[in-house]
Design a protein around this ligand. Structure first.
Ligand code: DAH
Length: 344
């Protein structure tokens, strides 16, 4: 075969190799194989000395044609590959999609919201107060005497500059009455703090919900009626309530309210310690001394104990959440363990 024929054959082979190259790497290999320093065209060119003198011109021309043709084809194919090539592996449409997990409210927030919704339907609005408090709002105005054990550092966190962390939401009763004249109908959910030893039912910070209603002719019957509605809405329509006499400095008379055990319907079980009853909250009629302390602070006698009366109550949110959601350890609420939280 003449050198001329070899060039023609090289062009044909090169064309095929170029169109067969499926990736830019494969194409680059073809380029090196044909046009590279020690590529096929160079090898053929080296054989020009074998050719007769009068044929050298024609062979040289053929060589240039082949080189230009291959260069052009390489460029085209490079463009084709660049526009059609997916970058990286093709996505697999049969794989399951990525689910966006929807968050939920914390079980304590859910519990507060449920309780608040019940009282809001009964005409109570939501009030708020600071967690860093003074002794006046946490104790004095609530008729808690100077020497009361609740004022011990065993029972209350004392901060510097005469401040404390509130140990009960009853502070908000005072804060609200300082601001507005009667009538009052508020609930106040919020955090409270006590230096308790942590165990399955105690934590150094927890939540309470306080309630206060003040007006003319408010009686213990109103207290019982209101809290009875709450108990039935919260724990089921057949829930019974009972009020046991108790003592709180800021209410007189005072009581603790029990509900019939929601686990055994009052039959007696492990949770209610065979009594059939579960204690839910403290309550009572606002002590006139509380009204007098508020009047003194306001510099008015708007809260005239002869004209106005009221009832108050306070409950522990975690305790109610544990009962209604079936949680056996208060610490679970504060660990931010998603395996726990996602159950609610
Ligand atoms: N503050 C009380 C406590 O932390 C709960 C309480 C009892 C609140 C009776 C009240 C009430 O408003 O009337 O134990």
């Amino acid at each position: 075969m003449s050198l001329l024929d070899d060039f023609v054959a090289a062009l044909e082979q090169g064309k095929e190799a170029i169109s067969a190259a499926a990736t830019s790497d494969a194409l680059e290999k073809v380029r090196v194989e044909y046009l590279g320093r020690s590529g096929k065209l160079r090898d053929l060119m080296a054989r020009i000395k074998e050719v007769a003198k009068e044929e050298k011109g024609a062979v040289g021309q053929k060589m240039n044609e082949v080189k230009d043709a291959l260069t052009g084809l390489l460029e085209n194919r490079t463009g084709e590959l660049a526009s059609s090539a997916p970058s990286g592996p093709l996505p697999d449409p049969t794989l399951p999609g990525i689910t966006q997990r929807r968050g939920t409210r914390h079980p304590l927030t859910q519990t507060v919201d449920r309780i608040a919704a019940i009282f809001e339907r009964l005409g109570f609005s939501i009030a708020d107060g600071p967690e860093v408090e003074d002794e006046f709002h946490n104790f004095d105005a609530l008729n808690i005497p100077e020497n009361h054990p609740a004022r011990d550092s065993f029972d209350t966190f004392f901060l510097s500059n005469d401040k404390i962390l509130r140990s009960q939401t009853s502070t908000v009763q005072i804060r609200v009455m300082e601001k507005i004249a009667p009538p009052v109908r508020i609930i106040a959910p919020g955090r409270v703090y006590r230096p308790d030893t942590v165990d399955a039912t105690h934590f150094y910070g927890f939540s309470q919900l306080e309630g206060l209603a003040v007006g003319e002719d408010i009686t213990f019957a109103d207290l019982k009626g209101t809290l009875g509605v709450f108990a039935r809405e919260m724990f089921g329509k057949d829930t019974a309530t009972r009020f046991r006499p108790h003592f709180f400095p800021f209410t007189e008379p005072s009581a603790e309210m029990d509900v019939s055990c929601i686990f055994c319907q009052g039959q007696g079980c492990k949770v209610c310690k065979r009594s059939g009853w579960i204690e839910i909250l403290g309550c009572g009629m606002v002590d006139p001394n509380v009204f007098l302390a508020v009047n003194k602070k306001r510099g008015t006698d708007d809260y005239d104990p002869e004209k106005y009366s009221g009832f108050a109550f306070g409950l522990g949110i975690e305790r109610i959440a544990m009962l209604t959601l079936g949680v056996d350890d208060i610490r679970r609420f504060f660990e931010n363990d998603l395996r726990f939280l996602r159950q609610f």
